[in-house]
Structures are given as structure tokens and as C-alpha cells.
Design a protein around this ligand. Structure first.
Ligand code: GDG
Length: 484
């Protein structure tokens, strides 16, 4: 850690996340430009960010030259450059081949390499220094996700005056799995630099507290950790959500309605459409779900006139070995199923390996009768919530893995165990044959949940809890409350 104290900046609220809410793109002529990549996080935080001279620190998504901070629509953007070697060792390596599988129940085998860990430290330091430089005295800094778990502690050493929050978007594993990590203690200490450590589910917060007690030896009581220097760190659950209203409006728009009907026509107007939408990731359980569906067709429980499975798999982490293997497996499976069971103009599975504009996603959600979300482990799963938000007529069925965080809120979904193929088949059939009245009862309850708990509610509850946690340990007079 550099002893150099950075100069202070002027932002009262800073988001530190692996990615900027903008992508740097190279135009055909060679010039570079920026394209907004608006996610739920930006939408939720935009008003409070603008009111508080907000800044967003993140990586622009390529390994091109480093760009100076700039302002876009009243928001300061601070791009953090990473080198080609860091891309391999930090991003593809430690983030996506070590932490990602380890935190998702070891669904794939995590790789441990010391040079990847060193790159992780270097990149985390760069983010921490940028945040320290950008933050006004007593500012609030909200650090996001598994790529940046060392930032809270690094930042606290540089700027003890800050109020620091951390939110983990993916699951946090139980003691037995986390303990495999050679650098388990350093990661826990990294997170303990925050005043508030947020997780998707209470179980994950419990895992963290237990690990801190067992592996770092700090005293804990309920959701609090007592550090030797007198600081108290709170760990709690803040289940993330979506911009529900925006999805509802999009789903209700005339072009989306028209497009949904077109999709049904293009699929040959089968009685029911099953839909899967996922990043092409081995945690999402795509293979098992397609096999289950194909067995329903093969056994005659469903026919290709009754049902089609539309699977959208968004390209993801394509340089990482495990992801390349998965893509081949799915390609082969889809080819075999369609070859064996499909008919002319009637494939069993309609498979798209590409990404689509948000409007097309809403049309897909509107077109589908049964949404199938079957991850082996998932922090939350926003696709499940988006489907519910788009079902304006209160119909449609959600088949949902009990291992997705969303299952704790969407209790009226058709819950399945993705490891149990027969169970999954039976539940998919149950959803297929369900009476409209039953579907309506379930969907109405789930719609109420996502409309009352949207992403703005999530962001506000986290920031309110952070202000409370921070206020307990700092002089309130030097800490201006966030304007909302
Ligand atoms: C991580 C955690 C947690 C997908 N394809 C396209 C597209 N998407 C959008 C979906 C949805 C988002 O991407 C995916 O979010 P998920 O939550 O389903 O999954 P992860 O990417 O794994 O996200 C997860 C999340 O962080 C938030 O905390 O819920 O558990 O793993 O919004 O709609 N969007 C567009 N085109 C696509 O082709 N426009």
C-alpha cells in the first residue's frame, strides 16, 4: 500500500464498480466514442448521484489507453485503465476463474494462481486510489461486487474520514467452501474496511459473519463485527431489484406488443412458449433445463405443436476456458435435440446466441407463457423479476430455481431443484397445464412484490443503512447527509 496521501476531491457520493455505465467503442474510422450501457444500477442511483455531485469509478471495458475523468449529463465518470496482462490475470483469471466459481457453490472448479492474486491486489489499489482522490471530505463511497473486495480496506487506510459501503451482487459461500481460498483472510479483511457490507440474502450475511469470527478471530454479535480499533461493521441483506415501472411501461408500449405477437407467429404459434434468457454461464443451468424439456417432448408429454423452447444465451466471458466448453456443450445438445426430435419448421429448441436491445427483451417476456430460470446458484436473478414486471395481464408462469436469490421473494413461482431433472420436468408440465385462475393468483402476488420492491427502494435502503452505520462511528458534523 502506498503511504502517499491522495488529494481530496469534490464528490459527495461515489460509486466504485468494475464497469463504468458507459462503454468505450471504436468507430469504423478509428475514432473512439462512448455508448451508454444503462443498467438498473445507474437508473436507480442517477437522481441521488446528480444531487450529490456524484462520480462513478469503473473500467471502460477495453484495454485501450487510459482516459482522464470527464462529465456526462452531470455525472463525473472516472475511467480506470487495465492492461492486457491485467485483463487476463485479474479479470478473466482471479475474478472469473477463481472467485466466480468459488462463490457459486464450486459449480466449476476454481483455479488458484498466485500471480492472479497479485494482479487482483494491483487493480484494487488503482480503484481505491482513484476513489480517495475523487471523494470530498466525509463523502459516501459505495463499492460494488466481487471484483473489488479489497477496495474498502485500502480506501479506509487512505481516507479514514469516508463512509464506505460494499455490496456483493453474487452469493457469498458457506465457510466450508470459502475456506479453500488461499487468500481468505485478506479478502475478509478487505471487506471489513467498509462500515456496511451488503449481500443479496440474509444467509450470505450470516456466512460472512461466521467466517469473520472463525477465520479472522473478531468478536461478532448478530449482524455486527467488533474490530479491535473500536470500529463496528454491519453485515446485512439488501435484495436487489429492477426498475419495475420502466419495464412495465416498455412492456405495455405498442411496438413491444406488436413485436411479441410477431415472435409468436414466427415460432409457428405453438400452444405455449417456454423461454430462457441468460448470460451463457455454467451457473445458470441452461444445459439441464434444455435436457429436461427435450425429454418431455421425447416421452410424448408434450409435442412440438404444443410447445417450443426459446433459449436466448447472451455471449459472456468468451475467452475463459470453462465458458468456451459450455458453449460447445450447448451447441451440441441443441443440435442433437433438434436433429432427433424436431420436424420441418418445428424445432424443439429455438436457440439464439446473441444479445438484444432491452425492447426486444420485453417483447420476449411478453411473448412467453412459461419463463424457465434454473440456475444452480445465483445471487438474485433479475431476469425472473423482469419477466414478472412485464406480465401486465397477470398471466404467465415462472419456473424458478430454489437456488436463485429471487426465490426468497418470488414464493408463488413454480420452484424447482435444478439438480433434479425429473422434478424439473414434472414442474414444467404442472406450469404448462395450470389453470388461468391459478396462474393469475400466483402472478398477481409476485407482481405486487416487484412493484413494491424496485431498484430505487433497494438503493435507498442500502444508502440509509450506510448513513446509520457510518454515523455511529464518525463525527456527524463533518458528514453532510446525502441529498435525495
Ligand atoms: C449478477 C448476478 C444478480 C441479459 N441478456 C441481455 C440482457 N440481459 C440482462 C437481463 C438482466 C441482466 O442482463 C442479467 O442479470 P441477472 O441477474 O439475470 O444475472 P447476472 O448477469 O449473472 O448478474 C445476479 C445481478 O448481478 C444483479 O445484482 O441478480 O445474481 O449473477 O437485467 O435483462 N439485456 C439486454 N440484452 C440482452 O441480450 N438488453
Amino acid at each position: 500500500m502506498s503511504p502517499r496521501k491522495p488529494t481530496q476531491g469534490s464528490s459527495d457520493l461515489i460509486v466504485v464498480a468494475n464497469r463504468l455505465p458507459l462503454d468505450r467503442v471504436v468507430l469504423p474510422g478509428g475514432q473512439t466514442t462512448w455508448r451508454t450501457a444503462p443498467g438498473g444500477l445507474v437508473t436507480a442511483l442517477e437522481p441521488v448521484m446528480r444531487a450529490n455531485k456524484g462520480a462513478w469509478i469503473g473500467w471502460p471495458g477495453d484495454t485501450g489507453e487510459t482516459v482522464k475523468p470527464f462529465t456526462d449529463n452531470g455525472l463525473t465518470l472516472v475511467p480506470i485503465g487495465i492492461s492486457q496482462n491485467e485483463y487476463t490475470e485479474y479479470y478473466e483469471g482471479f475474478c472469473n476463474a477463481t472467485l466466480w466459481p468459488l462463490y457459486h457453490d464450486v459449480v466449476a472448479k476454481p483455479e488458484f494462481h498466485r500471480e492472479w492474486w497479485d494482479a487482483y491486489i494491483d487493480v484494487n489499489e488503482r480503484f481505491a486510489h482513484a476513489a480517495a482522490k475523487q471523494a470530498a471530505p466525509g463523502a459516501t463511497v459505495w463499492v460494488h461486487d466481487y471484483q473489488l473486495q479489497l477496495v474498502p480496506q485500502m480506501l479506509r487506510e487512505l481516507r479514514p474520514d469516508l463512509q464506505i459501503g460494499f455490496f456483493l451482487h453474487i452469493p457469498f459461500p458457506p465457510v466450508e467452501l470459502f475456506s479453500q481460498l488461499p487468500w481468505r483472510r485478506q479478502l475478509l479483511e478487505g471487506l471489513l474496511g467498509a462500515d456496511l457490507v451488503g449481500f443479496q440474502l440474509p444467509g450470505a450475511a450470516g456466512n460472512f459473519i461466521r467466517l469473520v469470527r472463525q477465520r479472522v478471530g473478531h468478536k461478532t454479535h448478530r449482524d455486527q463485527v467488533y474490530l479491535p480499533d473500536g470500529r463496528v461493521v454491519r453485515a446485512a441483506a439488501f435484495p436487489i431489484s429492477i426498475d419495475t415501472k420502466a419495464f412495465e411501461e416498455l412492456a405495455g408500449s405498442e411496438p413491444v406488443e406488436r413485436r411479441a405477437k410477431q415472435i409468436r407467429d414466427d415460432l409457428g404459434n405453438p400452444a405455449k412458449i417456454f423461454l430462457g434468457v441468460d448470460r451463457l454461464d455454467y451457473t445458470k443451468g441452461i444445459y439441464a433445463r434444455l435436457r429436461a424439456f427435450s425429454e418431455l417432448i421425447a416421452n410424448g408429454d408434450l409435442s412440438v405443436e404444443d410447445a417450443v423452447f426459446l433459449q436466448v444465451a447472451t455471449p459472456s466471458r468468451e475467452q475463459v476456458e470453462q465458458y468456451r466448453l459450455l458453449r460447445n456443450d450447448i451447441d451440441q445438445l441443441v443440435g442433437r435435440i433438434n436433429g432427433d426430435l424436431g420436424r420441418i419448421g418445428r424445432p424443439v429448441i429455438s436457440y439464439l446466441h446473441s444479445s438484444f436491445p432491452r425492447q426486444e427483451m420485453a417483447a420476449l417476456y411478453r411473448a412467453a407463457d412459461i419463463m424457465v430460470v434454473t440456475p444452480f446458484r445465483d445471487g438474485m436473478n433479475l431476469v425472473a423479476k423482469e419477466y414478472v414486471a412485464c406480465r401486465l395481464d397477470g398471466d404467465g408462469a415462472l419456473v424458478l430455481s430454489e437456488f436463485a436469490g429471487a426465490a426468497e421473494e418470488l414464493k408463488q413461482s413454480y420452484l424447482i431443484n435444478p439438480y433434479d431433472i425429473n422434478g424439473m420436468k414434472a414442474t414444467m408440465l404442472q406450469a404448462y397445464h395450470a389453470e388461468p385462475k391459478e396462474l393469475g393468483r400466483r402472478m398477481r402476488a409476485m407482481r405486487k412484490q416487484v412493484s413494491e420492491h424496485d431498484v430505487a427502494f433497494w438503493a435507498q435502503s442500502f444508502l440509509d443503512s450506510l448513513a446509520e452505520a457510518g454515523a455511529a462511528h464518525h463525527d456527524k458534523k463533518t458528514r453532510p447527509a446525502l441529498k435525495t
